[in-house]
Design a protein around this ligand. Structure first.
Ligand SMILES: Nc1ncnc2c1ncn2[C@@H]1O[C@H](COP(=O)(O)OP(=O)(O)O)[C@@H](O)[C@H]1O
Ligand SMILES: [Mg+2]
Length: 150
C-alpha cells in the first residue's frame, strides 16, 4: 500500500501523524526518510505525543536515541544522521528495543541499512512548494489493520 499526502502547514502534518499514531502497535518499525527539515522529527513528535503524555519530545540528533514510556506503549526514537560506525550503532543497543514491546521510529535509516530491522511503515517526506509531502509505504500486515487510512 502506498499513498501520498500533501501538508501545506506543520499543523496539517501533525494532525495526520497523530492519526497514524493510533494505528501503530508495539513491535512496529517505522522509517522516516527525507532531507533535513522535511519534518521527520515533527512527524515522530506528533506520534509520540498522540500516544501519551510525554513532557517534551526532543530531537535525538545528538543523543541518537530517546525513549518514552507512554500511556499504553513504549516508543524508541532514533536519529541516525550522525552515525559514524557499526560499533557506534552496536552501542545504541537497538536489539533491546526489538522485543515486540516498542514502537520504533527511525530517522535516517539509510545511514545504517545493514543494522536495522525491515520497516512495517516507511514515510518518505519531501519539500512540496512551501509545504511538505509524505508518501507512505505500508506492509500488508499493517495496511490490513482495521480503519487504516487507504
Ligand atoms: N508542512 C510542514 N510540515 C512539517 N514541518 C514544516 C512544515 N512547514 C514548515 N515546517 C518546518 O520545517 C521544520 C521541520 O523540522 P524537523 O521536523 O526537525 O525536520 P527533520 O527532522 O526532517 O530534519 C520545522 O522547523 C517546521 O516548523
Ligand atoms: Mg530530525
Amino acid at each position: 500500500m502506498s499513498s501520498k499526502q500533501i501538508f501545506t502547514c506543520e499543523a496539517q502534518l501533525t494532525a495526520f501523524a497523530a492519526k497514524i499514531a493510533l494505528f501503530l502497535e508495539p513491535g512496529d518499525v517505522v522509517y522516516l526518510r527525507g532531507e533535513l527539515g522535511t519534518g521527520k522529527t515533527a512527524f515522530a513528535r506528533a506520534i509520540i505525543q498522540q500516544r501519551g503524555s510525554a513532557d517534551s519530545v526532543t530531537s535525538p540528533t545528538f543523543t541518537l536515541i530517546e525513549t518514552y514510556h507512554l500511556d499504553d506503549v513504549s516508543v524508541v526514537h532514533l536519529d541516525l544522521y550522525r552515525i559514524e560506525s557499526d560499533a557506534q550503532m552496536e552501542g545504541i543497543g537497538l536489539r533491546d528495543y526489538l522485543d515486540g514491546r516498542w514502537i520504533c521510529l527511525i530517522e535516517w535509516p539509510d545511514r545504517a541499512p545493514r543494522m536495522l530491522p525491515d520497516p512495517d511503515l516507511t514515510i518518505d517526506l519531501a519539500y512540496e512548494g512551501k509545504g511538505r509531502s509524505a508518501v507512505l509505504i505500508a506492509t500488508k500486515q499493517l495496511s490490513d489493520r482495521a480503519d487504516w487510512p487507504k
